[in-house]
Design a protein around this ligand. Structure first.
Ligand code: FAD
Length: 437
């Protein structure tokens, strides 16, 4: 690889709503190439952006001058089955990591609902799954190696460069270019899954029980109906009983992707049909099966959409969701995507969306090509009253002034940023908005 910047075509993210202008692009394969690129960008005063899989909906991964594409920076560095740790180059996709761990009798403690992200991209935006006893992915990190704006490499962990470590686990790409990530993993396990519709009013009355009785509980409220589709995943070491190939294809590929996509397309063409179409969703019935954890956590996503997700204190979940339901009923919005609700344990990472509080996550979606602004703004105004923290990789309308009071360790992040990137090599327009200049 040449360290000289190459001109490239424009880049866009997965959802297609964020696009760069013409930028320099390089695709490093080794840490020394990465370091040379940063040193050369520093000499030329270029703004640098690392790009993982481009699965963020916000402009967080938008390069303005120098794009560093990490698609060839995804090698395994070390795995220790006894200590249950793994170290990988930062551009490794979670799907690849899951396979490596599985072959070694190991697994990630928890995951979100897809595995297309890179490990560095996932932690940088505070990516999470569900499970009130489990944190997001960033809190599973034991150590990082980061190329800083001055071209030096910093090793950091709970015992070395602690402030940098704490902040860079959810660093929004603003503190440096993460070269490698060491994770604490667990012995591999299976998940027993029960998926079934429930009346949403009843579900909310028994919410605490659902959350505490299941390792990983989540649900999807279907707008224009009184139904929620629930998913209860419980950890098990019993042999797996996966869905048959045909049932899996029917439920996960046909119904959750192609049929759902067709329904969304129909709804986009004729929004007034959406409430009728929505009534068909809860009829999707009950599924019970078990499989390896990583196969259950993450699934295929073919239908494209825009998303906003807010973390709020867990105890406010039922009230906040009921306000969203009333708002949808009163607003005249036609919504063809369910509202997803998940839960996580707190952590102590300054800009983690679960920083210092048990969290519920309420996520709203709009099919690609439809106007998301009015709906997302209404939901956001409800989340504001709970000190809601937006997912850094999902759409929202906040700025540094509105966000600062929502994070108890906001100032620590800002002072680490000032120390390691005083000239703001790693900023872009999105980061200027949410973190300040
Ligand atoms: C279909 C879909 C499903 C999703 N499901 C979930 C979910 O279940 N839970 C959830 O929480 N989120 C979810 N997300 C959001 C997604 O997990 C995040 O946006 C995540 O950041 C994407 O990872 P990426 O590799 O694509 O990173 P990108 O979007 O490419 O980058 C994100 C940020 O990470 C930075 N970055 C990347 N690599 C490095 C590096 N080496 N060093 C420093 N900074 C770096 C980038 O500069 C940028 O700031 C979903 C998104 C989509 C599109």
């Amino acid at each position: 690889m040449s360290e000289t910047p190459n001109k490239t075509l424009r880049w866009s993210n997965w959802a297609g709503n964020q696009r760069t202008g013409l930028v320099f692009q390089n695709t490093p394969e080794t840490e020394s190439e990465l370091q040379q690129l940063i040193q050369s960008a520093a000499k030329n005063s270029l703004r640098v952006k690392a790009v993982g899989s481009g699965h963020s909906f916000t402009g967080i991964a938008l390069a303005e001058q120098q794009l560093i594409d990490l698609s060839k920076f995804g090698q395994l560095i070390a795995i220790d089955q006894v200590a249950q740790t793994v170290t990988v180059q930062s551009g490794m996709q979670l799907a690849v990591l899951n396979q490596i761990l599985d072959h070694n009798g190991l697994a990630m403690q928890n995951l979100g609902d897809i595995a297309y992200q890179t490990i560095a991209g996932a932690i940088s935006t505070s990516t999470h799954g569900t499970g009130a006893k489990f944190t997001g992915i960033a809190a599973q990190v034991l150590a990082l190696r980061i190329v800083l704006a001055n071209g030096e490499i910093a090793d950091c962990s709970a015992t070395e460069n602690q402030d940098l470590f704490n902040c860079a686990r959810v660093g929004l790409g603003a503190l440096g270019l993460i070269s490698s990530v060491t994770l604490k993993v667990v012995p591999k396990f299976n998940l027993v899954v029960v998926e079934e519709p429930m009346r949403v009013d009843e579900l909310l009355i028994n919410l605490d029980q659902h959350i505490s009785e299941n390792d990983h509980f989540e649900f999807f409220w279907v707008p224009h109906t009184g139904w929620a589709l629930t998913k209860r995943n419980n950890r098990s070491l019993e042999p797996v009983k996966p869905m048959g190939k045909m049932s899996h294809w029917y439920a996960k590929t046909l119904m959750e992707n192609y049929a759902f996509g067709a329904v969304c397309m129909l709804g986009r063409a004729k929004p007034s049909l959406i409430p009728k179409l929505a009534k068909a969703l809860p009829a999707s019935g009950r599924n019970e099966y078990s499989d390896s954890s990583f196969k259950v956590f993450a699934s295929k996503r073919i239908v494209k959409f825009y998303e906003m997700e807010y973390a709020i204190p867990r105890e406010a979940c039922a009230e906040a969701l009921n306000r969203v339901r009333r708002m949808v009923g009163d607003s005249g919005f036609f919504l063809n995507f369910p509202v997803e609700v998940r839960f996580t344990a707190p952590d102590e990472i300054p800009l983690s969306t679960a920083s210092n509080r048990e969290s519920a996550y309420i996520a709203v979606h709009i099919y690609k090509g439809m106007d998301y602004v009015p709906y997302f703004k209404e939901v956001e105004s409800i989340m504001n009253s709970y000190q809601g923290r937006p997912h850094w990789g999902k759409l929202h309308f906040q700025n540094a002034q509105t966000l600062a009071p929502r994070y108890p360790n906001w100032n620590l992040f800002q002072s680490v940023r000032d120390q390691v990137d005083p000239k703001r090599m790693f900023t872009n327009a999105y980061l200027e908005t949410v973190l300040g200049k």
